[in-house]
Design a binder for this molecule. Structure first.
Ligand SMILES: Cc1cc2nc3c(=O)[nH]c(=O)nc-3n(C[C@H](O)[C@H](O)[C@H](O)COP(=O)(O)OP(=O)(O)OC[C@H]3O[C@@H](n4cnc5c(N)ncnc54)[C@H](O)[C@@H]3O)c2cc1C
Length: 390
C-alpha cells in the first residue's frame, strides 16, 4: 500500500522475531510477489533453501514431479516464521510513508456512526493508544480482532475434521533433490518441507475425534508424533527419515479450526489474509493468499479517489476479485479438511496423475497457480478418454 502511495501505520501486537504456528511454504507465485515487493533478495540471504520438486503420496499412488513455472519463478521457499516475519516487518518499516509500531495490540475500532475511522489498542507497557485513519486493514490472522470488532459477516464456514501438529527436525534426510512431501494415507495426513537453518518442518494431521491420538499428543507430543508417523505412514519413506532425525524445539498443535470466508470490506475497514479467509493448511494456500489479498485490496483502493462515496462499490469489487482468485482453492481446502477416504474414482485419477508427468505438472500447478483446477480437470478428462479408447 505504501508503494502505491498511501501513508501507512503498521501496528503488530508481536515484537520481532516472533514465531507463528505454521508450516509456512511459499510456492513460486508468492516468490514473484515478494520479488515485486522488493524483499525477496533479503529473504534469500537467510539460510533457507529453494527447491522445485514435490513428492505426493495419496494411498498407493506416488506423484513425483516439479512445479511448473509461474510468473517467471520455478522454485519454492519455506522460511521459518522467526526469520520471515521479522524480515517482512523490517522491510515494510523502512518503506517511505510507513510508520511501524511493534508490541501494540489492537483491542477495538473507533467508529463515527457506522463507519470505522480508526483503532485503539494497548502497548506492552500498558499504555493505551488511539489512531484515526481513512481505512483500517485487518491483517491480524485467523482469530482477527478487527474482523470481530468491525462486525464482518461470516459467509462460509466448514469445520475441519483434523487436529494438526508441527515440529522442526535436524538430521532429516531426503533422497534426490530437496522436495516438499505430502502424504494422505487412510485418515492421516503428513507434510514435510525443507526449511531454514538446515531444518525440516514436519506436520501431521489426524482426526479430531480420535481420542486415543488426542490423548497421546496431549501427554507427550514428540513421542506421539513419532508413533503416529511409524504406524500411519508405514510403506512410505517418512518413518525411516523421521527415526534418524532429531526434534529441535517443541511439537506444537492446533486442535480444530474452520475453513472460513468473510465479508472483506465495509465502511472504513477491510480484511486481508487469514482474517478474510482461513484454509486448511494441507492445501498450503494461506501465505500466498495473504499476499494476493494485499495486492487486490491496493488495486481496488487505487481505482477510487473518493472512498467515502464508494464504499459499497469498492466492497463489492474487492469481494468478487477475492472470490475469482481464491474460491476454487477454498473449496479444495473444504474437501481436504473432511476425513473421507478417496473414492474409487479419485484413486484412479491419483494413479493417472502418478503415471503421467504432464498430469503431475498440472496437479502441482494448481498449488502454485500456474494453472486453474479446471485446466487440470480437462487434462484428466482427456487422459481418461484416451485410456478408455486405447
Ligand atoms: C499448522 C499450520 C500450517 C500451515 N502451513 C502453511 C503452509 O505450508 N503454507 C501456507 O501458505 N500457509 C500455511 N498455513 C497458513 C498460514 O500460516 C496463514 O495463512 C498465514 O500465516 C496468514 O497470514 P496473515 O498475515 O493473514 O496472518 P498471520 O500470519 O497469523 O499474522 C497475523 C499478524 O497479526 C498480528 N496480530 C494478531 N492480532 C493482533 C491484534 N489484536 N493487534 C495487533 N496485531 C495483531 C500477529 O502478531 C501477526 O503478526 C498454515 C497454518 C497452520 C495453522
Amino acid at each position: 500500500m505504501a508503494q502505491a502511495g498511501y501513508e501507512v501505520l503498521l501496528a503488530d501486537k508481536s515484537t520481532f522475531p516472533s514465531d507463528v504456528l505454521s508450516t509456512h511454504n511459499f510456492f513460486g507465485n508468492s516468490l514473484a510477489m515478494l520479488r515485486e515487493m522488493g524483499v525477496l533478495d533479503r529473504l534469500l540471504q537467510t539460510d533457507t533453501p529453494l527447491y522445485k520438486r514435490a513428492v505426493v503420496q495419496f494411498e498407493d499412488a506416488v506423484i513425483d514431479g516439479e512445479f511448473p513455472e509461474v510468473d517467471g519463478e520455478t522454485e519454492c521457499l519455506c522460511m521459518r516464521r522467526v526469520h520471515l516475519d521479522r524480515l517482512l516487518f523490517e522491510h515494510a518499516s523502512v518503506q517511505a510513508r510507513v510508520t511501524s509500531i511493534e508490541g501494540f495490540r489492537v483491542t477495538d475500532v473507533i467508529r463515527e456512526g457506522n463507519a470505522v475511522i480508526g483503532i485503539e489498542g494497548v502497548r506492552r507497557d500498558g499504555e493505551k493508544g488511539r489512531f484515526t485513519s481513512r481505512l483500517v486493514v485487518g491483517a491480524d490472522g485467523r482469530n482477527s480482532t478487527l474482523r470481530q470488532r468491525a462486525n464482518s459477516a461470516r459467509i462460509l464456514a466448514v469445520p475441519t475434521d483434523f487436529a494438526s501438529y508441527v515440529g522442526y527436525f535436524s538430521g532429516y534426510e531426503q533422497s534426490g533433490d530437496l522436495h516438499a512431501e505430502l502424504y494422505k494415507i487412510k485418515d492421516k495426513i503428513g507434510i514435510v518441507f525443507p526449511t531454514s537453518d538446515n531444518l525440516y518442518v514436519v506436520g501431521v494431521m489426524f482426526p479430531l475425534d480420535d481420542q486415543d491420538w488426542s490423548r497421546r499428543f496431549s501427554l507427550s507430543p514428540e513421542a506421539a508424533m513419532r508413533d503416529l508417523i511409524d504406524s500411519g505412514f508405514a510403506g512410505s519413506p517418512l518413518p525411516d527419515r523421521l527415526r534418524k532425525a532429531r526434534l529441535e524445539g517443541k511439537v506444537r498443535g492446533l486442535r480444530g479450526y474452520d475453513n472460513d470466508w468473510y465479508q472483506g470490506m465495509g465502511e472504513g475497514w477491510a480484511l486481508v489474509g487469514d482474517a478474510f479467509s482461513f484454509k486448511d493448511p494441507a492445501v498450503g494456500q494461506g501465505m500466498q493468499d495473504a499476499l494476493y489479498s494485499a495486492y487486490l485490496l491496493t488495486d481496488v483502493l487505487s481505482r477510487y479517489d473518493d472512498w467515502g462515496a464508494h464504499w459499497e462499490e469498492m466492497a463489492q469489487t474487492y469481494q468478487s476479485l477475492m472470490e475469482a482468485k481464491m474460491m476454487s482453492r477454498f473449496h479444495m481446502a473444504c474437501q481436504f479438511t473432511k476425513n473421507v477416504p478417496f473414492t474409487p474414482e479419485q484413486r484412479a485419477v491419483n494413479r493417472l496423475i502418478a503415471a503421467h508427468p504432464e498430469a503431475a505438472r498440472s496437479f502441482l500447478g494448481i498449488y502454485n497457480h500456474a494453472n486453474e483446477p479446471s485446466d487440470f480437470e480437462r487434462l484428466i478428462g482427456s487422459l481418461l478418454a484416451m485410456n478408455e479408447s486405447g
